[in-house]
Design a protein around this ligand. Structure first.
Ligand code: FE
Length: 393
């Protein structure tokens, strides 16, 4: 049995925060990050609107980037004390992801991360609270997805949580919040959204329900990301919607090895963190070349190329045109072409890449990739990404 799950309501457009005044409940806890939502006045607006809805409001602030197990436990504790019937998570991916996990531990204090990491094995949520998400970046789409990533720093592992129970009830997609994104973040989150849509479209889990969302998202990113990067307000708005459409697609169709590779290299090198969207943008054209050796996957890439007006007589030519387009975007957005250009040390790369490749193959996103991959093939693929070589195996 296949399933397609989205939030019950998605409110979108400028000034949509106002809809909070119509939410029915007694107590709302607002989960938020490190300060930009407060600085730009959005946190105050949210609190005011919730109070006008007649709710008692409490804040849980300062959720860190890549939220920790400890933060989740503290948040769940705060919820058990306050007993909210609404959890309102606002900001980038991190506070919303953290709030999703807090929600599970609020309703089921006896559960453990070990229980929750089995995909689609959550206990039944909504016994105590409903969940509303307000994104401030245009990329992760966690406001509409069934996913959350929590980091256990003591054990050095990430817990990817996946279950339709944590798909929010309501998403408020207000582009005013995304207008404050710095340029680099706009580039990285935009390419993350493009990767979500392309991986969802070629995923082994693709479906007639997810395909139109993925294709529309790809068209919109290609149309609006460059101007959004340059600060155009209308383009920013369209990107905020495009990333949400991409999220609706990949929450149901899952992803592929671009994400497997990004997950396992993000924090792997001593030269510094590789931002998630930047890693995806670098890996995407190489992975397309790898996956396109599967004729069915190649036909799907060709369909994407055709749908955005790229030219080519054969599926191979169309797939190449798509890769060229992504390369062109990466140049425009100041994203390097190789891991060497990103600044990863060659010696460290060669020392670590075998174990990273093993981990990447074991990532939760590998299962839905359209072409299987072994650790040895993954290592060859990373080699191509490091040196900027063509993938011809
Ligand atoms: Fe992503």
């Amino acid at each position: 049995m296949a399933r397609f799950t989205l939030p019950r309501d998605i409110y979108y457009g400028r000034g949509t925060l106002e809809v909070l005044e119509t939410i029915k409940g007694k107590r709302a806890i607002v989960v938020v990050g490190g300060g930009s939502m407060k600085r730009f006045g959005f946190l105050d607006k949210v609190v005011d609107h919730l109070k006008k809805a007649g709710m008692e409001v409490r804040l849980f602030e300062n959720v860190e980037p890549d939220p920790s197990v400890e933060t989740v436990m503290r948040g769940a504790e705060a919820m058990r004390e306050f007993q909210p019937d609404w959890i309102v998570a606002m900001g980038g991916g991190s506070p919303i992801d953290a709030a999703k996990a807090m929600w599970a531990f609020y309703e089921y204090p006896e559960t453990t991360f070990e229980d929750l990491i089995t995909p689609f094995n959550f206990p039944e949520l909504r016994q105590k609270a409903h969940f509303l998400a307000i994104p401030s970046t245009s990329g992760t789409a966690t406001e509409v997805t069934a996913f959350s990533v929590i980091t256990d720093y003591a054990k050095g592992i990430k817990y990817p949580l996946a279950d339709f129970n944590i798909t929010p009830d309501i998403a408020i997609v207000d582009p005013e919040l995304a207008e404050t994104m710095p340029q680099k973040l706009t580039a990285h989150t935009g390419m993350d959204a493009l990767t979500h849509a392309i991986e969802a479209y070629v995923s082994t889990m693709n479906s007639p329900f997810t395909d139109p969302l993925a294709l529309k998202a790809i068209q919109m990113v290609l149309e609006y990301l460059p101007a959004s990067y340059d600060g155009d307000k209308n383009a920013r708005e369209q990107m905020h919607y495009a990333q949400c459409l991409a999220g609706m697609a990949f929450s149901n169709a899952l992803l592929g090895i671009v994400h497997s590779m990004a997950h396992k290299t993000g924090a792997a090198f001593s030269t510094g963190h590789i931002p998630h969207g930047c890693a995806n943008a670098i890996y995407l054209p190489y992975v397309i070349q790898y996956n396109a050796k599967n004729p069915e996957a190649q036909a799907r890439y060709a369909a994407i190329a055709r749908s955005v007006g790229l030219e080519g007589k054969t599926d191979a030519e169309l797939t190449q045109a798509l890769c060229d387009k992504i390369d062109e975007f990466n140049v425009k957005l100041n994203i390097p072409k190789t891991l060497r250009d990103f600044g990863i040390d060659e010696k460290e790369f060669n020392e670590k890449i075998a174990s990273i490749s093993e981990l990447a193959v074991g990532d939760a996103c590998t299962g839905s990739n359209p072409r299987p991959i072994t650790p040895a093939e993954m290592e060859r693929l990373f080699h191509c990404v490091y040196y900027g070589e063509k993938v011809n195996f």
